[in-house]
Design a protein around this ligand. Structure first.
Ligand SMILES: O=C(O)CCC(=O)C(=O)O
Length: 288
């Protein structure tokens, strides 16, 4: 394994989660087919529910190109790129393991847009930016976080229920828009998104350090859980205060995704202490 990648191993145990914490009783309905179909009705639905599904945002060629780009990053083929976080079991990988094998030991990649034009082109896709801007009431979107989130087969870890704005130094009401793009079929079995619709209208929630920096399991409105499966190239746009999470991947299928976060370009930052005064002091220095 390339030296620069061996440094970034997630030391936390990939703890299991209680059964029943993610329910598959209700599946997201509605949404739109394409990014160009994000109209006033779709914007109103986003503000009501806190999320909006776009079923065919990116064509299969763009998805294939994105997966190649992710493998190049994991394979150490992009000079200067350091943002790979491996699961602890990656220490057992032979030094010459190819990227196709290594990817099943990766938890996430970040800060790649500066290095990888094929992924930057997705974050800056004009139709995507138009849709994000519409959800922000016409503000110019500024992309401030780029990540690829991988749930390897048979053990890709849970991302417990949380609000993304708890991780960002912005005022809670800032209309941060997350964009989660499926690169594989994202299903209830391999760890697709779960959301509690409407929670973006309920304000910030205190988070605690448990399996992660998260909303306590017994503070989640599980009876309102909606599961959001997506085809490759489909995406979910979601508000920074929406309660959401993803279960562990117990299936034999990969679940790879890109995630970008945008805020209005004129957003004023708050200090870390102001953020933790709202979301809880255990959230010092956390990363998403
Ligand atoms: O892709 C995932 O599994 C979780 C993504 C997420 O909710 C996050 O990183 O905030």
């Amino acid at each position: 394994m390339a030296d620069q990648q061996a440094m970034w191993v997630d030391g936390a145990p990939a703890a299991g989660h209680p059964p029943g914490l993610y329910r598959n009783l209700r599946t997201a309905a509605g949404g739109v087919e394409t990014l160009d179909a994000v109209d006033a009705e779709a914007v109103a639905s986003y503000w009501d529910q806190g999320f909006l599904v776009v079923r065919q945002a990116f064509a299969p060629e763009r998805v294939a190109e994105a997966l190649d780009a992710v493998l190049d990053l994991i394979g150490g083929r992009v000079p200067g790129f350091r943002g790979v976080q491996f699961e602890a079991r990656a220490r057992e990988l032979p030094a010459d393991a190819p990227a196709e094998v290594r990817q099943d030991h990766v938890r996430k990649l970040w800060l790649f847009c500066a290095h990888q034009p094929r992924l930057r082109a997705i974050a800056e896709d004009p139709a995507l930016l138009r849709a994000v801007s519409a959800l922000m009431g016409g503000a110019a979107p500024f992309m401030f976080q780029d990540q690829a989130l991988l749930k390897p087969p048979l053990g890709g870890r849970e991302k417990p229920w949380h609000q993304d704005n708890a991780y960002f130094n912005v005022a809670p009401e800032t209309p941060v828009v997350g964009v989660w793009i499926a690169l594989d079929p994202a299903t209830p079995d391999n760890g697709c998104m779960h959301v509690v619709p409407g929670t973006h209208r309920e304000g910030p929630t205190v988070h605690f350090s448990r399996r992660d920096w998260q909303i306590c399991d017994d503070h989640v409105a599980l009876d309102r859980d909606v599961v959001v499966p997506l085809p490759p190239g489909g995406l979910m746009l979601f508000h920074g205060l929406l309660h959401h999470g993803t279960p562990a991947n117990g299936s034999g299928m990969r679940r790879r995704a890109l995630q970008f976060h945008y805020r209005p370009a004129d957003t004023v930052s708050i200090r870390g202490e102001q953020r933790t005064a709202i979301y809880g002091s255990e959230g010092k220095d956390v990363t998403c």
